[in-house]
Write a protein that binds this ligand. Structure first.
Ligand code: UPG
Length: 312
């Protein structure tokens, strides 16, 4: 049942990652802008959970106290130490990096891009639901709308993600699609396939993890999810789809969307309207617009691959 308003005193937990930041790094500005933006547009009180490393922690806390001073708003938050979090998810990272990181030791190979997959081990036991966000986002509408999506989850769903709006998975699946001509994986979506269809009969662009809903309680209790995270399962999925990715958690979620669609709720593209056009200019100019099309009203803009977000 979807309540017309969310319970005003329920905790609305938002997770952000803020690591490897120095005074001049662009992530600092993105972080500040996103928090101010969310405080301004949210009709429900938010609790921020920030994963940060030793050197970035001071900058995060400085930004937060500046925001409190300048906005006069309540800003409850908790800090989590990145190194401790990384230890808690080490076995997941070891399984994932050979398939979903560009090069061992490279930017995307670090644990930071897999934290979402083990957030149920990191978050306090009493957190039952949470949203995890990239910092390069801008909310055009109420944050509560995103939390309301939990009430639309099918009973089996553990995670909620919006579609990837580029051809990245069409590209990655090239080899698989050559020998599986009837597969719809990698095809673009047709509008009426978008919400919760568990078999993707018409097309499946993959998922983008910049906006992620987690039903932590269900994830903790899911034996199935734990088995899917095993080396045998992940190696098997990567081999079946001849899948070599570079986007961390979202590559895994995309494979999970192929093999275990019942565990993921597809939320609409307006909740994660990505702006990156890299693939349009790298071989996919003709079809790019079919993938980037989003007919839903925009709740969240995502300036991924350092794309400037138009905020008017
Ligand atoms: N981050 C850090 N420190 C860094 C780099 C990243 O804390 O040095 C955090 C930060 O919260 C950031 C997030 O990680 O917002 C994602 O990194 P970002 O550089 O924004 O990735 P993009 O290349 O813009 O985004 C693509 C996908 C996005 C996905 C991400 C990682 O569009 O949806 O989450 O790659 O898989």
């Amino acid at each position: 049942e979807v309540p017309s308003i969310l319970k005003p005193f329920e905790e609305h937990n938002v997770w952000l990652i803020f690591t490897k930041v120095d005074r001049k790094s662009p992530l600092r500005t993105k972080f500040r802008k996103l928090i101010i933006n969310m405080l301004n547009v949210s009709s429900v009180p938010l609790k921020f959970n920030i994963i940060t490393d030793l050197s970035s922690k001071e900058i995060a806390e400085q930004e937060i106290s500046d925001i409190i001073l300048n906005t006069n708003k309540l800003l409850p938050y908790s800090i989590y130490d990145f190194d401790l979090c990384a230890i808690k998810i080490k076995n997941i990272v070891d399984v994932m990096t050979p398939h979903f990181s560009s090069r061992p030791g490279s930017y995307y190979s670090s644990a930071l891009f897999y934290l979402s997959l083990g957030l149920h081990r990191i978050a306090p036991e009493n957190q039952e639901k949470a949203i995890m966000l990239d910092c390069d986002l801008y909310f055009k509408d109420d944050v509560a709308l995103l939390f309301k999506e939990f009430y639309h989850f099918k009973p089996t769903a553990l995670f909620g993600l919006a579609p990837e709006l580029t051809t990245v998975y069409l590209h990655i699946l090239q080899s698989f699609r050559k020998s599986n001509k009837n597969s719809t994986f990698g095809n673009y979506y047709h509008e009426n396939d978008i919400s919760g269809n568990s078999v993707h009969p018409k097309g499946f662009q993959g998922y983008n993890s910049g906006v992620l809903l987690l039903n932590l309680k269900k994830i903790r209790n899911s034996k199935e999810y734990n088995e899917i995270l095993s080396k045998q399962s992940v190696d098997g999925m990567a081999e079946k789809y001849k899948f070599r990715g570079h986007l961390g958690d979202q590559d895994f979620f995309t494979l999970m969307g192929y093999e275990h669609p019942d565990l993921i709720q597809t939320i609409h593209c307006g909740f994660n309207r990505q702006l990156c056009t890299f693939w349009r200019d790298h071989g996919y100019q003709k079809v790019f617009k079919d993938y980037a099309r989003c007919n839903h009203s925009t709740v969240v803009l995502h300036g991924n691959c350092n794309t400037k977000i138009p905020t008017n």
